[in-house]
Structures are given as C-alpha cells and as structure tokens.
Design a protein around this ligand. Structure first.
Ligand code: NAP
Length: 262
C-alpha cells in the first residue's frame, strides 16, 4: 500500500525509538511519504539522526517550540527544502515532573504556563508558521489523552493542557477548513515512553488499562502510527476537528468488570 505516496510529512517530537512520533514516522514512511524530522534539543540529536537514516530522511532540524525564532527557522528551511508540505505531526508535551503527582491544586503558575506553552501553544505556533506551505488536501495531527476529559490521578496539569489541545484542534480545523487542510487529534491509550515515565503511578495505570479495555490489550506506537496514516491520508477526506481514540476501547467503559466470584 502506498497511501501517502507523493506526500511530505514533517514530524515534531521525536526523542527516541519509543516515541509515538517514531511509530508515526515509520508508518508514514512505509506508506510512501517523504519524511522530515524535528527534535527538541542538541542532547537528542545523537539518538534522532540514526532513526532518521532508517527512513531515508535527510531533513533533521532542531526546534525548541518555546522559541518563535526556532519555529520560524524550521518553517523557512522546510519551505526551501520541500516547497510545500502535506502533513504536520505534533507529538510534543512537557510538564514539570514534580507536578505530575500530588494534588492538582499544587500546580504552580510557572508550571501551568510552561505545560500549556509547550504542549498546546506550540501547535498553534506551528500551524501559523506552516500555513503558507501546507498544500490543500493536507492534514495536521496532534496527540492527546483521556485525562483531558476525565480525572486520571496524577495526570494533573497535563489533563488541563490536553483539554486545551483538543479545543485548539477544533479551532484550527475551523480556520484551516477553507484551505482544504484537516486538523485532528489522536487520543492514545498509555504507552511506555520517556514522557509517560514522568507521570507518577504510570506503570500501575498501564497494567490496569489492559485489564479494563474491551480489547484487553495495551496500545503500541505502531497502532498510533497506522491511525495517523489514515487521518493524514486521502482515506479520511471529510474528517476534521475530531479526537479519534486509539485506546482498545477504554473510553467507552463506565466501570471495570467486577472481580469473578470463586
Ligand atoms: P516522548 O517520546 O517523550 O515525546 C515527547 C516529545 O516532546 C519529546 O521529543 C520531547 O523532547 C518533546 N518536547 C518537550 N519539550 C519540547 C520543546 N520545548 N520543544 C520541542 N519539543 C519538545 O513521549 P510520547 O509519549 O511519545 O509523547 C508524544 C505525545 O503523545 C505527547 O503529546 C504526549 O502527551 C502524547 N501522548 C502520550 C501517551 C503515552 O502514554 N505515552 C498517551 C497519549 C498521548 P525532550 O525529550 O527533549 O523533552
């Protein structure tokens, strides 16, 4: 299958081979997309360059999304390298580790600001910078989590950030509709990544997830990658502003199955 043949995809948020961004990159490459990759900081370059090599990607650019000048520079370089692009993937989030545990009311003003700046505003900033070179028929995609809708203990400020990210997805979808560019979010079940390791109690939550989800299975970065291909391909031309669950059905459950009686 070559669902993305002739399309160019720029992926933001690749840290290592466990990153959801890597699952998306591999799936898009397998479907024929030309790939560009952006990573957060110099420290990651050593890990990211070899991964880029695996998918024949030579456009590998550093971009700290808290800096407008970084975003402008990468958009400028992408315009020179590719002319136009078809797909923009936002797979970025950050919150202070000590605020991903304990009571939510302990969230500091600075912690709130930083989490929403990096995890939400960056999607708006990237959308604005890439708007002139997003080809009609293109798509933008971000990554969210169920903690946006319901309380997930310890997810705290990230839950609030994800709620804002999902609203942002809808507003961007409205703005970009006339340009023929769709904007969606994937709500993924828990996956063991660097970012997830920062949420206290994640391991227990990960285990309990597979017991409660209708499909009784955890989610992989490959699962998210394949859903991302669908949402960014011509197979979903009328889907925009949506949050699509890749969560083994977890979100449809009200209560877990009662324990079996002996
Ligand atoms: P990950 O591999 O740690 O990816 C998070 C990425 O965000 C990293 O590349 C990180 O770079 C980047 N980032 C942080 N601050 C940045 C900045 N200032 N500028 C640019 N990039 C920055 O973890 P992941 O789980 O794949 O996360 C990807 C997305 O999926 C996030 O939006 C996350 O909330 C979402 N998600 C994850 C799960 C899960 O269970 N893992 C579930 C649902 C949704 P650094 O490493 O340098 O900080």
């Amino acid at each position: 299958m070559n669902l993305l043949q002739g399309k160019t995809a720029l992926v933001f948020g690749l840290a290592n081979e466990r990153s959801i961004a890597w699952g998306i990159t591999q799936a898009m490459h397998a479907q024929g997309a030309r790939i560009g990759i952006s990573y957060a900081g110099e420290a990651l370059e050593r890990r990211v360059r070899p991964l880029a090599g695996q998918v024949g990607c030579t456009f590998v650019e550093e971009c700290d999304v808290t800096k407008d000048e970084d975003i402008a520079a990468v958009a400028d370089k992408a315009a020179r390298e590719f002319g136009q692009i078809d797909i923009l993937i936002h797979s970025i989030a950050f919150a202070n580790r000590d605020e991903l545990g304990g009571p939510f009311y302990a969230t500091s003003r600075e912690g709130f600001r930083m989490a929403l700046d990096i995890s939400v505003y960056s999607f708006i900033g990237l959308a604005r910078a890439f708007q002139p070179i997003l080809r009609p028929g293109g798509a933008m995609l971000c990554m969210t989590y169920y903690g946006a809708e319901k309380v997930v203990p310890h997810y705290n400020i990230m839950g609030v950030a994800k709620a804002a990210l999902e609203a942002t997805t809808r507003y961007l979808a409205y703005d970009f509709g006339p340009q023929g560019v769709r904007v969606n979010a994937i709500s993924a079940g828990p996956i063991r990544t660097l970012a997830a390791a920062g949420v206290s109690g994640f391991k227990d939550m990960y285990r309990a997830f597979a017991e409660m989800a209708p499909l009784r299975q955890n989610v992989t970065i490959e699962d998210v990658g394949n859903a991302a291909v669908f949402l960014c391909s011509d197979m979903s031309p009328k889907t925009t502003g949506e949050v699509v669950y890749v969560d083994s059905g977890y979100n449809i459950m009200g209560v877990p199955e009662p324990p079996q009686k002996e």
